[in-house]
Design a protein around this ligand. Structure first.
Ligand SMILES: Cc1cc2nc3c(=O)[nH]c(=O)nc-3n(C[C@H](O)[C@H](O)[C@H](O)COP(=O)(O)O)c2cc1C
Length: 332
């Protein structure tokens, strides 16, 4: 996830029950692009011991191939193509989710990428641009080019991050392509992940925002699968998680209000499960410095509240404010 899956975030997640693999923030591909240094750093220095797939976004085939050769020098598990980013500034350039309007272009890009990638080649897509009209055609192209793994976010590009997830469409993808399919979209907790495996026939689940809110989700799902009691973090565990996010994801050389702003991006998600009324979200958004923000966290998460259980799903009606990507402002 852009601005989220950084080296520091991967480390913090890794300490709480690491996922089977990570996917990087996307590398933007265009005529003059070079792999962004901070994303390369996440591949080299995450230290979790898990494989990392490098994700690309672009539509210029020769430059996609050039970038694949550059990334091939790094210890990546494979290359992933982004066909889902819904930001208008992105899709208007016919990249990310914009590609879903142009199956002929997808055919060209996937064919060329398959030729270039000797190892694992994966694709992440939404179910369509504004409807499912081209879904089957695109799935046939994915199958034709022997993509090794397909992740399907069960929303259209126009559905952004909030429309209802169409899990039946994910089941359709599972039946249509020969490779494993990973289901994505509102997999809010381990119980739902397990249910969706049975319901959709998917091979696995991808967690995005829900792993920011609950970094124990991967551990909890393993416990469900193995029939062990599910770990329930306390609010004090959440406070420790927040401290690690501050230490690992906020640049201490930046002004305090910028650091606080960065931490709030994560807390927007974490706060969805802290109190039922959304008072923590309200108060933390109004702090200005790191010191104020941490004091606010202490107030809601420590003292007599410290031992309270942290629920494994968001409280009803509490929404995370739009982030840079969900505000549709990510530039390409
Ligand atoms: C802040 C943010 C950044 C994201 N960046 C990416 C990205 O770079 N590449 C990608 O494939 N998806 C990206 N996504 C989409 C998520 O991977 C995921 O598909 C989507 O949020 C739905 O899953 P969820 O309900 O588990 O969050 C991003 C989502 C958010 C909220």
């Amino acid at each position: 996830m852009q601005d989220v899956t950084t080296t520091g975030f991967m480390r913090v997640i890794g300490r709480r029950g690491v996922p089977d693999w990570f996917v990087t923030e996307y590398f933007r591909v265009h005529e003059t692009s070079t792999p962004e240094k901070h994303i390369v750093d996440s591949i080299l220095n995450h230290g979790t011991g898990r494989p990392v797939f490098a994700q690309l976004i672009g539509e210029d085939t020769p430059h996609i191939l050039r970038t694949i050769r550059e990334l091939g020098k790094l210890p990546v598990a494979g290359i992933d193509l982004n066909m889902g980013c819904p930001a208008p500034k992105v899709y208007r350039k016919n990249v990310g989710g914009g590609l879903l309007r142009d199956p002929a272009k997808i055919d060209e890009i996937l064919g060329a990428m398959r030729q270039e990638i000797a190892g694992l080649f994966t694709v992440k897509m939404r179910i369509g641009f504004d409807g499912l009209e081209r879904f089957d055609e695109i799935l046939a192209i994915v199958a034709k080019h022997k993509v090794d793994l397909l992740t399907v976010h069960g929303r259209t590009v126009k559905g952004l991050y909030w429309s209802e997830v169409d899990y039946a469409a994910i089941t359709r993808a599972v039946k249509a392509v020969p490779c494993p399919v990973i289901a994505n979209g509102d997999v809010i907790n381990a119980t739902k992940a397990q249910r969706l495996i049975n319901e959709t026939g998917a091979w696995g689940m991808m967690m995005g925002r829900h792993a920011i809110r609950n970094p124990w989700i991967f551990r909890q799902w393993r416990e469900v699968q193995q029939g062990f009691p599910i770990f329930t973090p306390t609010l004090e565990d959440v406070r420790i998680y927040i401290q690690e996010l501050a230490d690992e994801c906020c640049d201490a050389s930046r002004p305090a209000e910028k650091q606080a702003g960065r931490l709030k991006k994560f807390l927007n998600f974490v706060g969805q499960a802290v109190d039922t009324e959304g008072q923590f979200l309200h108060d933390m958004r109004r702090t200005e410095t790191m010191t104020e923000l941490m004091k606010c966290c202490d107030q809601y998460l420590l003292g007599e509240k410290a031992a309270r259980p942290y629920p494994d799903e968001p409280h009803r009606g509490l929404i995370a404010r739009p982030t840079r990507e969900t505000q549709q402002t990510c530039e390409l």
